[in-house]
Design a protein. Sequence first.
Length: 450
Amino acid sequence: MSRTSTRRRGREFQAALWLARHPGSVLAPGAVTASGMELGWSTTGGITGAAALGLAGWYRAHPDTFDRYAAPHLRAWRRRWVRYVGPRWRDIVRACELSSTHRKTGEELFPRLLRVRSASPHVETLFVKLVKGQHLRHFEAKLPELTEALKAQRVAVERVKPMVIALIVQRSEPFTEVIDAPEMPETVDAVDFTDIYVGEDEYGNEFRLGPLGQHVFIAGATGAGKNSIPASLLRGMAPALRDGLVRLWICDPKQMEFAALAPVAHRYATATEDCAELVGEYVADMQATQRELSAQGQRKITVCRETPLNVLIADEMGALLAYGDGASARELRKSLALVGSQGRATGHSMLGLVQEPTKDTVPVRELFTVRVCLRVTSASHVDMTLGEGARLRGALADEIPNVPETAGIGYVVRQRTRTPLRVRSAYVSDTEITELVDFVRGTTRLRAVS
Ligand SMILES: Nc1ncnc2c1ncn2[C@@H]1O[C@H](COP(=O)(O)OP(=O)(O)OP(=O)(O)O)[C@@H](O)[C@H]1O
């Protein structure tokens, strides 16, 4: 209903509305006061102290679960009240000329901060209710001013629903140094095919992927550092490759970085038709394993020489699917779909690399169980890679600067919470690829052992 009166809403009602919007601010002090009056102030102090101690104990004892479940809420709450408390938010909005004046009452109207989310220490998402007459465009036009006013590195904006937008505020860069290539274990016993080190996450934890039972999709613009992820995985499995427990199948239309691995690959192809044939063989191999498994009454393989882990690396998937000749591309899509849906039990995994996640690659994307989005050139590529809403939740992969210092940086979505996690893969140089190849072929001893 539009306002016709020239009088403002009374202050007592403004206060009541504020309290209704912030029930926590009423309930928390209310609960403490009630407890103090009912149970006595020393008991209440004891309960509050025990809760704080419990939280501190959790923080120290289980960093993983604390960082995942408690930290985002505590951080969001603290930032809400330290950085964006009423007058501060209004000052920022006013300084960026994003407030407006009510025509009749002359009252200054501010876009209202509905919610602050902070899934990682480096990013906050501010959900903002627009003032009538405002549009996403007004905020887009003021992004540079907002970035300065918020003292942020970067601010992005997205429309959430009518009258509500999200400002995604990146505060800092967790990765300022290149991460060394993973060491190669000496023996197969040291390799866990479901858990291989490939880099670090923004909390300083190890970023690990498991090729056994998973298909990994990696999107990133040219120079984003896609190759480091498969290369790190291969280094982590080096003794298994050497001993015939892992077989490598490579589709390499570009014939650049992966060409160095050709000598240790079980199959290697470059032309689209040859790649289609290679993937066809991969499917036949998978189906043969399926028959063996069902003859033995088993549901999945144990990695050994007889039933090795097969890893299919499909570089430039977009090019293979979109620009190759029609029949081969169709054949490839069908075969990849089969591997995607049936290959996990038989130990037939895929690592798919794309420069641009477009509509040709998106249907295939759904076949992959783990997706990594490195620097991409368009905001739409983020959700195309990681799934709807990923960018809104803070996966600003399109905002990663296009400079060599950011290679290998990107996002994965945590399966349980769907929160994007900023990660950086270890960097595997050409020399370290050569070292891997020599190790697998048995022409060198190890440089180092984990
Ligand atoms: N994880 C990393 N950490 C630091 N630097 C890296 C990392 N990965 C790659 N780089 C640097 O970025 C350059 C480009 O990497 P890479 O060739 O893997 O990119 P790409 O995404 O595969 O690009 P293209 O699609 O053009 O092949 C490398 O030569 C290297 O200098």
